[in-house]
Structures are given as C-alpha cells and as structure tokens.
Design a protein around this ligand. Structure first.
Ligand code: GLA
Length: 385
C-alpha cells in the first residue's frame, strides 16, 4: 500500500470518514545558507520526500491529530492553542495563526505521516506546517493565498517551536516546481523559477545521522550576532537595515570596531549572498564545475566563519574533495548535523555511496544513509487514482 493510501485507510479506521488529502514536500537548498533571515538570496527546491496528510471536519469542538510515524494521537480545542512539546506544535501553531488572522475554524481530524527523515535538515517541520495550512484552507474553503500560508508556517515555527527561522524552508516547500529551483530574494520575496539542468549529474544527500540538541539555540544566537553586526554598521551607515545592504569593503573598513566573532559571521553572510548570484550565473552557463566550487566555498564559510558545521559534516564534505565523480559538496540547512548536499555523477552514484559509507562507518561508527533526490512541485492536493 502506498503512503497516501495508508493515510486514507488509517483515517477511515480511526475517524470513520473520507479525508481530503494533501501532499507536502521537504526541501534542499542548493546554495545561500543563513542568508534568508539577513534579507539575502537563497536557491532552494522542493524534493520528492513528502508528508501526506488527511483532513475531515468532525462536527465537534475539538481537533484530533494522529501521527502515523509516532503512533500517537493528540487532541486540542481551538480555544486553547498554546505551545506544548513535540510534533503537535507544528499543527497547533498553524491553527493558531489562522485563528489569530480571524478565520473561523471548526473541529477537525487529521492523520499524517511521511518519508522525510526527521532531524536531517530537510525541513520536515515546514512540510508539515504547510500541509496543515493548505489542508485547513481547503477543508474550510478559505482560499488563502499561498504566500500567506508560507508566512503562517514561519510564524508557527517562531511562536510554537521557538526557532526564529527565516522564510526559505516554507517558501520552498510551498512554492516548489518540478525540475526548477527557486531563486528567492528574501527581502522583497520576489522569486523566479530557475531551471537546473544537471546533465549527467544528480543530487545525493548524505545524512550524517547527527542532530545536535543545541542546534535551535545556536541558530537563534547566529541570528542575534548578525543583528549586532547590523547595529554596529548602522552607526556609520544609517541607511543600512540588514546585511543585504553591506558590502565586503564596507565591512572590512569597520573590522576593528566589530567583535571578531561578529565580523566573521557578517563577512560569511555577505560572501554567501554573492555566491548565490555567481552560482546562478554558473548554472545558466551549465558550468557545473564552477558551481561545484561555490558549494565547497560555501561549506568552508559555514564551517570556519559561521561555525555551524560539526566534525561529521566536515568529514563527509572533505571526503569528496578529490573524487572526480563529485562536482561539489557542502553541509545544508541550519547545521550542527543533518545532511550534506552532493552533486554526483549519475553513473558513479552507487559506487560513491558505498565508498563514503564505509569511510564514515570506519571513522565515526555511524551507518550513513544516502538519498537520491529529485526536484518536484510544492504543497498541493493529492488525489488517489
Ligand atoms: C534553517 C532555517 C532556514 C534557514 C536555514 C539556513 O533551515 O529554518 O530559515 O535559515 O536554516 O540557511
């Protein structure tokens, strides 16, 4: 039985009615890391790892939500939408945004489950939030704009999960398009679909299997360090409102006035923004070698200046450096664990996976998981054939 069929049959069994189905994807980010909350550029894409959700009204005042993966049901009412612990926050957080925006909801049931690895940096939480948002919009015929749903998902993450994330993950999962990346300006939210022709290469994710318990607080701290940097630059350049407005020269001239850590964080962000633009040029010219070189440089910046990598991720990236079958590699997402993104020759992908898995096992005693991923459409209704 396929996953959406399983969602439907579990729904029928538990809640006794026919559900409306939604499919919501995870995401990769080609390049542009930790730039979104600095009003910079990102280049993400939705991938063929999904959360499926089933919804129906239940004519009661309460909401019953069943997670297939955790084999757990949680119940809440629309009058008491306060943060709890765990996965339910991603559901309640979105419901709270709807209520806060003045939409009238009634009791509903939901069953969800998926194959996006959790804690691997592939934005399973954004996929879930988007799925809940679109599901409720469809179920209650609210016709909410996709961009508003994206904002609700982001705010749910801030208010209920306590992570002050940028907008990239939700945006990519909701707006993704088959075989296209999204070139997104996180200041104006202008975006363009960007065709990525990988020729005889493909995306391969290497999941380090590490997820750092301090990742959320470190993430918020990076955000704060960037804010500090902006405040110090502003004292000299009052027109600056984010790192997007600062160039490398300006920052260099102020080096002595910034704490060393803040300087390194800011210079990473400024360079990474530049790399997104250059990467797009390289991709337009089908120059995968040049693009691959930017991936490596992005990783170096994330590891040395932004300090969000970890020994496992550094090892996985370093291992690929001299391999002719790999054009580029870098850690992806917030950091401190999760996956590396690798641009690997299709014909050598299996051989590469075996080689890197053996080396990783040997070094860290961890069984590496590798996923080949393809670029797909964003969150939408799903119909069983
Ligand atoms: C996490 C956040 C995103 C983004 C990335 C880093 O995935 O949710 O908003 O900041 O980290 O690029």
């Amino acid at each position: 039985m396929s996953l959406p069929q399983l969602i439907r049959s579990t729904f029928l069994e538990k809640y006794g009615s026919e559900p409306l189905l939604i499919r919501s994807p995870g995401r990769i980010n080609l390049i542009g890391e930790h730039t979104d909350y600095n009003e910079g550029f990102v280049l993400p894409a939705a991938i063929d790892k999904y959360i499926y959700l089933g919804f129906a009204k239940n004519a009661s005042g309460s909401c019953r939500i069943y997670s297939l993966d955790f084999e757990e049901e949680q119940i809440f009412t629309l009058e008491e939408l306060k943060p709890r612990n765990g996965w339910i926050n991603f559901v309640m957080g979105v419901a709270a945004q709807f209520v806060g925006a003045g939409y009238v909801l009634e009791g509903f049931d939901c069953v969800f489950g998926g194959d996006i690895p959790i804690g691997a940096g592939l934005s399973s939480s954004a996929a879930l939030e988007n799925g809940v948002g679109l599901g409720l919009s469809e179920l209650f015929a609210l016709r909410i704009e996709k961009l508003d749903l994206v904002r609700y998902s982001q705010q749910a993450e801030h208010d209920f999960a306590g992570v002050k994330c940028g907008i990239m993950d939700m945006f990519a999962s909701m707006m993704g398009k088959k075989e296209q990346a999204l070139r997104l300006d996180c200041r104006s939210l202008d975006f363009a679909y960007f065709p990525v022709d990988l020729g005889n290469y493909q995306w391969l994710l290497c999941d380090s299997g590490v997820s750092h318990s301090l990742a959320d607080s470190a993430y918020n701290k990076r955000r704060e360090e960037c804010r500090q940097g902006v405040a110090l630059v502003q004292a000299h350049h009052p027109n600056v409102s984010s790192l997007r407005d600062v160039d490398a020269e300006q920052l260099k001239l102020l080096k002595d006035q910034l704490p060393g850590t803040v300087f390194r964080r800011c210079s990473y962000v400024i360079q990474e923004n530049e790399r997104v633009i250059q990467s797009c040029e390289a991709l337009e010219q089908n120059d995968l070698d040049r693009f691959g070189a930017y991936l490596y440089r992005s990783h170096e910046g994330l590891s040395q200046d932004y300090e969000v990598s970890c020994p496992e991720l550094d090892f996985l990236v370093d291992f690929t450096r001299d391999l002719s079958e790999v054009a580029g590699s870098r850690m992806m997402g917030g950091g401190f664990g999760g996956c590396t993104l690798n641009l690997v020759k299709k014909s050598a992908s299996q051989f590469f996976t075996e080689k890197i898995s053996a080396a990783y096992q040997n070094r860290f005693g961890i069984q590496l998981k590798a996923y080949e991923v393809n670029v797909v459409d964003g969150t939408k209704r799903h119909f069983l054939h």
